[in-house]
Design a binder for this molecule. Structure first.
Ligand code: SF4
Length: 312
């Protein structure tokens, strides 16, 4: 990991940033591998990983719980918005704290992980929820050790047939995708892996190799992208990203409208801009390369497709 002093030396423009104030709101973590080769201030990896003063700005559109999880949380570390799916937050830790993330309720140290009792209670809840699918999320569920991840999966079976792992680790920390991890996921099939790539520059040689290890093992890999101002809010970037994912055998599943959490206003685009971009994207890629453009509203009803603009 890059420390603060090293990051300041490497990225001179950060000297003006109120780093400590920003990091108090949401931690900063900078893996060397993820930032290798990213040196100009406009690089999407730097823009989404480095702290910025804009995170401290108040915006009238901010919503503290932008996707309505609090009212749908029957117990700590569990969210259930749909009868057939349960979301388990295995940790609050991540390899990178993406500056646009909607889950920013993170205090380093105590409270980063479920207690033993909370862990047992969330698995027990999921097993008896009647759900068909459990989504292992966080934080990043691959920020915890293999043994703990596999124990969670094994604890859910046989009641829960489908396990989904929502992780950025193949992108932000590709060395985490070890042969041991891949073998363990494969043994526990059906396991579906959902990754999160926002820009083609994130698809480095190391990331390609990590994705290939997963796909070659027969693990289905799907991608979710967040539409972000200054990162991917142009159609050429979205087209290039979708095609690059398909070429790597990763299905471009969702294009998310950004969630309006306090601290990420500088990344947000309007619905109208998103609709226009998506209409252009739809005209330029095949059905295989076209994600569904979705929004997750604050009423907690879950993701919905954004209405499309009519042709012409
Ligand atoms: S890895 Fe995922 S959960 Fe963690 S900060 Fe990034 S987007 Fe948020």
């Amino acid at each position: 990991m890059l420390g603060r002093a090293e990051a300041l030396a490497r990225f001179g423009w950060l000297a003006e940033v109120r780093w400590r104030d920003v990091a108090e709101q949401f931690p900063v973590r900078l893996p060397r591998g993820y930032l290798a080769g990213a040196n100009v201030a406009s690089d999407p990896r730097l823009l989404t990983a480095l702290p910025a003063d804009a995170e401290l700005d108040f915006h009238p559109g901010d919503i503290p719980d932008p996707v309505g999880e609090q009212a749908r949380s029957p117990l700590p570390w569990v969210v259930q918005k749909h009868r057939d799916r349960v979301l388990l937050l295995l940790t609050k830790r991540c390899h990178v704290y993406c500056r646009f993330c909607f889950r920013r309720d993170h205090e380093p140290g105590a409270g980063e992980d479920p207690s033993a009792d909370e862990w047992a209670a969330m698995l027990d809840y999921a097993k008896h929820s009647g759900a068909e699918e459990v989504i292992l999320s966080g934080g990043d569920p691959l920020a915890i050790p293999d043994a703990r991840l596999f124990a969670a999966m094994d604890g859910l079976r046989p009641e829960i047939p489908i396990v989904r792992v929502h992780t950025r680790a193949p992108i932000t920390f590709p060395s985490r995708i070890t042969p041991r991890l891949v073998a363990g996921l494969r043994e526990r099939a059906p396991v579906w892996l959902f990754v999160h790539v926002n820009h083609p520059s994130e698809l480095t040689v190391e990331v390609d190799a990590a994705l290939a290890r997963l796909v070659d093992a027969g693990i289905p890999v799907l991608n979710q992208t967040v539409l972000l101002r200054g990162i991917n809010n142009d159609v050429d970037t979205l087209v290039a990203l979708s095609r690059a994912l398909v070429a790597r055998r990763v299905f471009p599943y969702y294009l998310h409208h950004p969630d309006a959490v306090p601290g990420n206003a500088h990344f947000r685009v309007s619905i109208a801009e998103g609709q226009a971009l998506y209409t252009s994207l739809r005209g330029r890629v095949s059905g295989l390369a076209l994600p569904t453009y979705v929004i997750d509203p604050p009423d907690g009803s879950g993701k919905h497709p954004v209405p499309l603009l009519s042709p012409g």
